[in-house]
Design a binder for this molecule. Structure first.
Ligand SMILES: [Zn+2]
Length: 266
């Protein structure tokens, strides 16, 4: 009799405890979801920062273009990307976005990605976190006014990462994007078309982020090199995608899940 009574008591206790546990778990989920809704809807794929390379099996490469937009060179880069059904990521300054707003609208309208490269391209060596936050915000506001979207990615000028850069990007909810090892062909120094082509193609691997420039003194070499690079790599089976696409593909390969866009609120 006593044994049976104890068993009933234990069962009741288990029932009681699991009810409490279920309640707590539900509450935790509810609060997690509501806080996630502020920035994320669905699976949060956009958390790793800084990005140098994204782990993908599919032959995808992300070409990125800094310091634009430029009314001539950015459009020439677009022509080359379009020829190979490629999408690029353009790290623009807010100042140039303001001056060449129609180029920004073309980039966005054609499905390319726009990243934040500060408003006025100041040196990162002596900047404070607060000064940089203002630079990022000003560029964000300019890009938002032209596209209705806030950039997700931030590339610090010269790829410098110090405590001010890291803290400002975090405060502004931006993911820092640098570039892959061996994928800085220094096209800005105009080393010759063939040199740029060789530097990019010889180390090409899936998931890489390539650094190029669509603004500056003269970017004719960059545009001509890009044409050759995309021709060579597309024959090897590569496709050219945005940084967001790389991240989405990586998640899909790892977990089978679809990412939902990271939405940065003002
Ligand atoms: Zn730059």
């Amino acid at each position: 009799m006593n044994g049976k009574k104890t068993l009933i008591n234990i069962s009741l206790l288990v029932l009681f405890l699991s009810a409490i546990l279920a309640k707590e778990t539900n509450t935790e989920h509810a609060s997690m979801n509501s806080s996630m809704n502020v920035r994320h809807r669905g699976i949060n794929c956009f958390s790793a920062s800084p990005l140098y390379k994204v782990n993908v099996k599919e032959k995808l490469i992300a070409f990125t273009f800094d310091d634009g937009p430029h009314p001539v060179y950015t459009r020439n880069v677009l022509k080359v990307l379009n020829k190979y059904q490629g999408k690029g990521t353009f790290f623009v300054t807010g100042q140039r976005a303001q001056s060449f707003s129609s180029v920004i609208k073309e980039l966005d309208g054609q499905g390319h990605e726009i990243g934040n490269h500060t408003f006025s391209h100041p040196s990162m060596r002596k900047i404070t976190s607060l000064q940089l936050q203002k630079e990022i915000q000003k560029a964000d506001d300019t890009i938002y006014s032209l596209t209705g979207k806030y950039p997700v990615f931030f590339r610090p000028p010269a790829g410098i990462q110090n405590s001010a850069v890291i803290s400002a990007a975090k405060k502004k909810n931006h993911i820092i994007v640098i570039w892959s090892k061996n994928q800085d062909p220094k096209d800005w120094a105009n080393p010759g078309i063939e040199t740029i082509v060789r530097r990019v193609t010889q180390h090409a691997e899936p998931g890489q982020i390539v650094l190029m420039h669509d603004s500056g003194v003269n970017r004719t070499q960059t545009v001509k090199a890009l044409e050759k690079i995309l021709s060579i790599l597309s024959k090897q089976g590569y496709k050219f995608v945005t940084i967001s696409d790389l991240v989405r593909q990586s998640t899909k390969e790892k977990t089978g899940d679809e990412c939902v866009d990271l939405v940065i609120k003002p």
